[in-house]
Design a protein around this ligand. Structure first.
Ligand code: ADP
Ligand code: MG
Length: 349
């Protein structure tokens, strides 16, 4: 039973990137305005995520790291209106099965912090008082030690895994306004890298400047949404009476279509559905195809915030919640195609 839990846990926490992603999501869910990520040896030795969020109440200590314990869904019908990142209670219990987890937390109701050391089954093995401000620190040591093959693979590809983690972290930095997120890495050679990812800006645009540098703002423009024509609806197989069903709204920033404003590779392309970062391959394919027709061999910078009625989005498809099934997918793709084909906004209806 224990090994089954370990294997399943390996499907929730796939990599350094997913480990950090889950911890950052928990901090955002806890209403943190400052999140600090500290890695040792690119995360191979330890990953520490500290926040100034709500903290954990003492009565919730025991359940915190048990499988399917979540404080975020009270009722099954809530599943259609998920607004927090987490809702399945799998991340912490999975991390416990794959690494050595220590949690330090303080809730407003406590006058001192508590340090909890957790075992592989999610049980608390020691509990001690420790000073700390309100908030939570989760420390993950020896990630994947219990899955030897994954562990060796991780150790072999540390820098690449670290790069993937930064890519994921960038997405959270872009979308979370008013949250300051910083990341440090320390190596045995005494090297210390500090990367302030975002300073708690009020807008996504300011976050773009923090994450990619202020120069990036010069080559991008706001995305303008236009409604598909009858022809486009037909091309995408949408019946006219279905076209209004998902209350689609698209915002964000894309490269200007002028020559030389794109990029030679498909990095810097981020799609969010209802503020959740996701791998939206089909969305990016449409966007890239249209862009290629203006600027051959170039990819646009893309930060797209797609909002749809939560009833037409299912975030529950894969354990990492990155693949999102969209009922109104064709409507979304059709809208992107028309909007992107009219980059100057001179729409002739
Ligand atoms: P989920 O996020 O799906 O609820 P997790 O396993 O990620 O499940 O976390 C389990 C529970 O632990 C959460 O529901 C939350 O109550 C608590 N928790 C985890 N991280 C934090 C944090 N940084 N601050 C406050 N509470 C937290
Ligand atoms: Mg979570």
């Amino acid at each position: 039973k224990e090994s089954v839990h370990r294997i399943c846990s390996g499907q929730v926490v796939l990599s350094l990137a997913t480990a950090v992603k889950e911890l950052v999501e928990n901090s955002v869910d806890a209403a943190a305005t400052c999140i600090e990520i500290k890695l040792k040896e690119y995360g191979a030795e330890s990953i520490e995520v500290s926040d100034n969020g709500l903290g954990v109440e003492e009565k919730n200590f025991e359940g915190l790291t048990l499988k399917h314990h979540t404080s975020k869904l009270s009722d099954f019908s809530d599943l259609v209106n998920v607004t927090t990142f987490g809702f399945r209670g799998e991340a912490l219990s999975s991390l416990c099965a794959l690494s050595n987890v220590t949690i330090i937390t303080r809730h407003d109701s406590a006058d001192v912090g508590t340090k909890l050391v957790i075992d592989g089954n999610g049980k608390i093995v020691s509990r001690s008082p420790i000073p700390r401000q309100r908030g939570t620190t989760v420390m993950v040591q020896n990630l994947f030690y219990s899955l030897p093959v994954r562990h060796r693979e991780f150790q072999r590809n540390l820098k690449r895994e670290f790069g993937k983690m930064m890519q994921v972290l960038n997405a959270y930095c872009l979308i979370n306004t008013t949250v300051r997120i910083s990341c440090h890495n320390q190596t045995g050679k005494g090297n210390r890298m500090t990367m302030v990812c975002t300073n708690g800006n009020p807008s996504v645009k300011a976050n773009i400047a923090d994450v990619f540098g202020p120069k990036q703002l010069m080559s991008i423009m706001p995305f303008e949404q236009h409604n598909p024509t009858e022809d486009i609806y037909t091309e995408f197989g949408i019946r006219p009476d279905r076209s209004q069903t998902c209350n689609l709204r698209i915002e964000g920033f894309i490269s200007k279509c002028e020559h030389g404003q794109g990029r030679s590779s498909a990095d810097r392309q981020y799609v969010f559905i209802n503020k959740r970062p996701c791998d939206a391959h089909k969305v990016l394919r449409v966007v890239n195809e249209v862009y290629h027709s203006y600027n051959r061999h170039q990819y646009p910078f893309v930060v797209l915030l797609i909002f749809m009625s939560s009833g037409s989005v299912d975030v529950n498809v894969t354990p990492d919640k990155r693949q999102i099934f969209v009922e109104g997918e064709q409507i979304l793709l059709a809208t992107l195609k028309v909007s992107f084909s009219l980059p100057t906004g001179n729409i002739t209806e």
